[in-house]
Structures are given as structure tokens and as C-alpha cells.
Write a protein that binds this ligand. Structure first.
Ligand code: PHE
Length: 455
């Protein structure tokens, strides 16, 4: 297909893929998981999972996409026409669409907090208040920002509009251009905030908690949580990596790209840990639960308000969070857009609008599940929680399992090797090891995630 879009530069393709991988999973899921699974021990397991399982599975997705130069469903049809394997691709499109529906809401909150940090609304009424009362103040603000029926909906719609604006630009002028600017910005902010946090009194205690391994904390469920976190944070099982790799030129070195993306994602998780753990130890907030939303929307503002230049740090942090969320949201939206563009031969414009406009309804329902629709339950869960659980617990592991079994056993025999060696022009000593992992080890461990979820 000569009209197939491609990324314009190596930097751009890495930035876009890193932009997808580095999202709220790194910034708010990781510290929470690390805290409840024994800090450093979890970090170690997470690193092992990323290196030994994440990278091979990422390469399986890359090979499908770059080998076929097609969308998440088309890749399977390309290699196995007339077979049912495309269903794995269809499940990834479904997963990506459902995740996108609630991710827009969360991304909306990050923008809301950014606006409120800059405007000062977040810190209104905190002057002269005792430290013990701050938590109550910020919890009440979180209720106001997230659980009211109007504001979060407005921000969700705004996020959808921003996504449409970027995605109409296409791969090079939309996604790549955004990532080229946003990713360097993200790393600069992370570095600045690391320095600030590490200079706080008693920061060393937090670093020790985060980095000194305590092996007694490792057990079967820590391993499984680390694996789930590794897969989510590398954007596996969502069709994103298949879709993005279809925009990689034929001479892109897939192994090198996967290692770079994995390292960047690990680096962000470690830097976030080095910002959060020293800060909470330093202010004695380490007994508060770091559960996702509360960590970033309550605990962190509690810290910022005690620092000189509170609003500056707060704004910087929420820019970071917003950038992480935005680059991930465009990547996940691209999955379904590319699919209808390729399958139905729709124009970029029609495909983008057809996929994103329905979100104005679906995501609004998700946003309202914290307020007016909080009593609407699916299997006992709110709409938002149901979509989150159904995708992360069921669809994502199912797709990753399908990808491994397909690439390991049923795809054309040399697919992986040909893609890793760029059709024999590169040396790829590791490709046998990767194949072994994709065939045997990854499917077994992913099956364990499933079993664990249902026991
Ligand atoms: N790796 C991403 C993250 O950490 C996963 C993701 C990508 C989620 C795109 C949603 C959308 O947030």
C-alpha cells in the first residue's frame, strides 16, 4: 500500500511510542502498586517483567504491524486470510475503544487540575489552615472537581475535542508533531521535580524505602501484579503497538526501538517514585493510602501547599500528568481510527469523527458515574469501574495471550525473525530467545493473571 502513512523521523516514531507507553499507568498506578506491594521489591519485579516478558510481547505486536503494514484487525487478515485470528485484533480494537472512553474522563481531570493550579482555585482557602485539616480540604475539592455533574463533563468534552484536533492532522502532522514537543517537555519536568523532591528534608528515607530491596515482600500475587502493571504500562494488548508499528518504515530496528521504549517507560516510573516517595516521607504522609486518584489529587496538593511556590510545582506536575495522558489518549484513539480507515477505506476525517464523536455520549456517561449516574451499576460496578475492570482484567490479558499464541505458533514461521532482522539484513542474536518466551513463557504467565483474577 503506497499511501500508507509513516512516521517522518526516528526520533518522532520513538517519541510517539514512548508517548503512548508513558501515561497515567506510570504516574499514578505505579506508585500505588509499589506502595501496596512492598516498595522496592515490587520495583525489582516490575523491571524483570518489563525486560523479560514485556519486550518480547512488544516485539510480537511490532512484527505483526510492521510486517503487514496494516491495522490491528488487518494484520491478522494479512498473515492468515480466511482464518479466525482477526478476532484477536477485533478484541484489541474493542479494548482500546472502551479504555479510551474512560481515559478521556481521567485525562479531563488532569486538565481540570492544571487549570485550577494555574488559576489558584485548587489552593483557595488553604492559607493559615492546620496541616491536619488540609487533607479534608483537598478531599472536598476532589469531590467538587470529580464528583460534580457538570465540570468533569465539560473537561471530558474538551479533551475529546483536543484529541479530534490532533488526530485530524494524521500520523505525521498530528501524533508525531505532538510527541516531538511533548515528550522532551515531560522529561524536563520530571527531572526538575526529582531534584526538588530529593532536596526535601529526610528525602533519603523515602529513597531507601523505594530503592532498597526487601525480598521478603515477594510472593505470587506481587509477581502477578507486577506483570499486569508491566503490560499495562507498555500499552500491550490494546492494538496500539500493532497500529503504530504499521507506520514504522521498513528499516526501523524493532529490537532497538522496543528496548528504548521499555527503558523510557521504566525511567519514568523510577523518576515518579523518586518524586513521590521522598516527598511523602518528608512530610510524614506515608501512612496515607496512595490509591491512584487520591495520591495525585489529594496527597500531592497537600505536599505542594507546604512548599514555597506551591502553585508553580502544582502547575508543573499537572502539566506532566496532562501531557502523559494526552499522548496516551491519541495513541489509543488511533487504533480504531486506523482500523476503519484501512478496513472501510474511509478518509482520515470521516474515520476520526466517526470514532471520536460517539465518545461525547459514552465518555459523558463515564464522567457522570461519579455523580448523577453513580447508582447505575453493571455487575455491581459503576459504568466507569466496569469498563476499567472488564478491559484490564479480561480483554487485555486475552489479547496478549492471543498475540503470543498467534505469533508463536500460527503466524508464518519466520515472521518474528524476518521482522527483527529486517528481512535478513540485520543480525538478531536474541530472536530465538524472544520466540521461546513468546511461545511458552509469556502465555503461561498471562494465563496465571487470569487464574489469579478469578480465584
Ligand atoms: N501505557 C499507558 C499508560 O500507562 C497505557 C494506556 C495507553 C492507557 C493509552 C490508555 C491509553 O497509561
Amino acid at each position: 500500500m503506497s499511501t500508507k502513512s509513516e512516521f517522518a523521523s526516528k526520533f518522532g516514531l520513538v517519541a510517539a511510542t514512548v508517548g503512548s507507553a508513558v501515561g497515567l499507568g506510570n504516574v499514578w498506578r505505579f506508585p500505588a502498586e509499589a506502595q501496596s506491594n512492598g516498595g522496592s521489591a515490587f520495583l525489582l519485579l516490575y523491571i524483570l517483567c518489563v525486560l523479560f516478558l514485556g519486550i518480547p510481547v512488544m516485539l510480537a505486536e511490532f512484527s505483526l504491524g510492521r510486517g503487514s503494514k496494516s491495522d490491528a484487525i488487518g494484520s491478522f487478515l494479512h498473515f492468515s486470510p480466511g482464518k479466525k485470528w482477526w478476532i484477536v485484533g477485533a478484541l484489541s480494537v474493542l479494548a482500546s475503544y472502551l479504555i479510551m472512553s474512560y481515559y478521556m474522563v481521567v485525562a479531563g481531570w488532569t486538565l481540570e487540575y492544571l487549570v485550577e493550579s494555574i488559576g489558584g482555585g485548587l489552593y483557595e482557602g488553604t492559607a493559615g489552615i492546620g496541616h491536619e485539616e488540609l487533607r479534608g480540604v483537598f478531599s472536598a475539592k476532589m469531590d467538587e472537581y470529580i464528583s460534580s455533574p457538570v465540570r468533569p463533563v465539560i473537561y471530558t468534552l474538551l479533551l475529546i475535542a483536543i484529541n479530534i484536533g490532533i488526530l485530524l492532522g494524521g500520523v505525521q502532522k498530528g501524533i508525531e508533531r505532538l510527541s516531538n514537543v511533548m515528550m522532551p517537555l515531560l522529561f524536563v519536568i520530571l527531572a526538575v521535580m526529582c531534584v526538588v523532591s530529593l532536596m526535601l528534608p529526610n528525602a533519603g528515607e523515602g529513597v531507601k524505602y523505594f530503592l532498597a530491596p526487601d525480598f521478603s515482600k515477594i510472593n505470587a500475587s506481587t509477581v502477578i501484579n507486577a506483570l499486569g502493571q508491566a503490560f499495562f504500562s507498555l500499552s500491550l494488548g490494546m492494538g496500539i503497538l500493532i497500529t503504530f508499528a504499521s507506520y514504522y518504515p521498513r528499516d526501523t530496528r524493532l529490537t532497538r526501538t522496543s528496548v528504548t521504549v521499555a527503558m523510557a517507560s521504566l525511567l519514568v516510573a523510577v523518576m515518579v517514585g523518586l518524586i513521590i516517595f521522598p516527598a511523602i516521607k518528608s512530610f510524614g504522609l506515608d501512612n496515607e493510602p496512595l490509591e491512584g486518584a487520591t495520591l495525585v489529587f489529594v496527597t500531592l496538593p497537600e505536599i505542594f501547599v507546604r512548599l514555597p511556590l506551591a502553585q508553580l510545582w502544582s502547575a508543573l506536575f499537572f502539566i506532566l500528568l496532562f501531557v502523559a495522558a494526552l499522548t496516551s489518549s491519541v495513541s489509543i484513539a488511533e487504533v480504531s481510527i486506523a482500523t476503519v480507515q484501512d478496513r472501510l477505506k474511509w478518509s482520515r476525517r470521516t474515520a476520526t469523527l466517526a470514532m471520536l464523536l460517539p465518545l461525547t455520549v459514552i465518555s459523558t456517561l463515564c464522567a457522570l458515574s461519579f455523580s448523577d449516574l453513580s447508582s447505575v451499576k453493571i455487575f455491581g460496578l459503576t459504568i466507569f469501574d466496569f469498563l476499567d475492570r472488564f478491559t484490564t482484567d479480561i480483554l487485555l490479558p486475552l489479547v496478549s495471550l492471543g498475540v503470543c499464541i498467534y505469533v508463536g505458533w500460527f503466524a508464518p514461521r519466520n515472521l518474528l525473525r524476518d521482522q527483527l532482522t529486517n528481512e535478513g539484513t540485520l543480525h538478531s542474536p536474541m530472536s530465538r530467545v524472544f520466540l521461546l518466551i513468546i511461545r511458552y513463557i509469556a502465555p503461561l504467565l498471562i494465563a496465571m493473571i487470569f487464574i489469579n483474577n478469578y480465584l
